[in-house]
Unconditional design. Structure first.
Length: 160
């Protein structure tokens, strides 16, 4: 649903969480790209971002996706990140898991082991048991990043 209260005002999208679509459709976007730049530019940092329901998590991740895919043209037009030092030619692989159409939850854990070893550890130590609750199937997906190919290797998938 979109609203335009005053003639000539940019539309306000109320059910669109896709950064690229918001920008291409000329919708209002509250610019927080300077904060995203700080997160993305930090070296050797791990962040856990917890935000309440309906508080912009999907839009934030969509914005990160466009940033890491080097879609510079989307960030022009006055967005704060356009003034920051960012190597737009450098792109990164993005894993996009959109579970909005499913009754599923996604939990991401990082292990300093291979994907196979991490999935085995999740199974053997029962880490996924707390998320199962007896009502949904838990699937572990282990991913190894291949720095030579600058992409991910074939994932390890195990239904718990």
């Amino acid at each position: 649903m979109e609203f335009a209260i005053i003639r000539g005002m940019k539309p306000i999208a109320t059910a669109n969480y896709d950064f690229e679509k918001l920008i291409n459709d000329g919708c209002v976007y509250v610019d927080k790209t300077d904060m995203l730049w700080k997160l993305a530019a930090a070296k050797d940092a791990i962040y856990f971002i917890l935000r309440p329901r309906r508080f912009g998590k999907s839009l934030m991740l969509s914005t990160f996706k466009c940033l890491f895919q080097g879609k510079k043209k989307l960030f022009r037009g006055g967005l704060k990140i356009a003034k920051k030092k960012w190597n737009w030619a450098q792109t990164y692989p993005v894993i996009d898991l959109n579970m909005s159409d499913f009754d599923k939850a996604v939990y991401v854990f990082e292990f300093n082991k291979s994907a196979k070893a991490a999935v085995r550890q999740i199974r053997e130590k029962g880490y996924a048991d707390a998320y199962n609750g007896g009502r949904r199937r838990v699937t572990s997906i282990g991913i190894n990043f291949n720095s030579k190919k600058r992409n991910i290797d074939e994932p390890i998938i195990e239904v718990m």
